[in-house]
Every structure is written in C-alpha cells, then in structure tokens.
Design a protein around this ligand. Structure first.
Ligand SMILES: [Zn+2]
Length: 55
C-alpha cells in the first residue's frame, strides 16, 4: 500500500497522494508541515482521501 501525505496542524481531515497538493500546503498560518505515513494508518486516524489529488 502506498504512503500518503498528511498535514500537521489544523485542517487535518484528509490525506493526500500528491505531496504538492494545494490543500496539503495551503493555509500557511496554520500549516505545521506534513508527514508521510501508510494509507492504512491515515484511515485509522479517521482521515479521508483528498478529492483534489490525482490517484
Ligand atoms: Zn490533496
């Protein structure tokens, strides 16, 4: 299973397959960085797949 990218900080509700996704890097005021984890782990945390990312 592929690793996905997750935003650190607020607005952390989805995970991204594209590390350059604007939803992952946007809202700089609350942006705390990003981390990479297996997709299964992100789903365990209740995160959903980002609709903007190309899969
Ligand atoms: Zn995305």
């Amino acid at each position: 299973m592929a690793d996905v990218h997750v935003r650190i900080g607020e607005y952390r509700k989805s995970y991204h397959t594209d590390s350059a996704c604007p939803h992952l890097n946007g809202k700089q005021k609350t942006y705390g960085g990003q981390e990479t984890m297996p997709e299964a782990r992100a789903q365990e945390m209740g995160l959903t797949s980002c609709r903007s990312c190309k899969r």
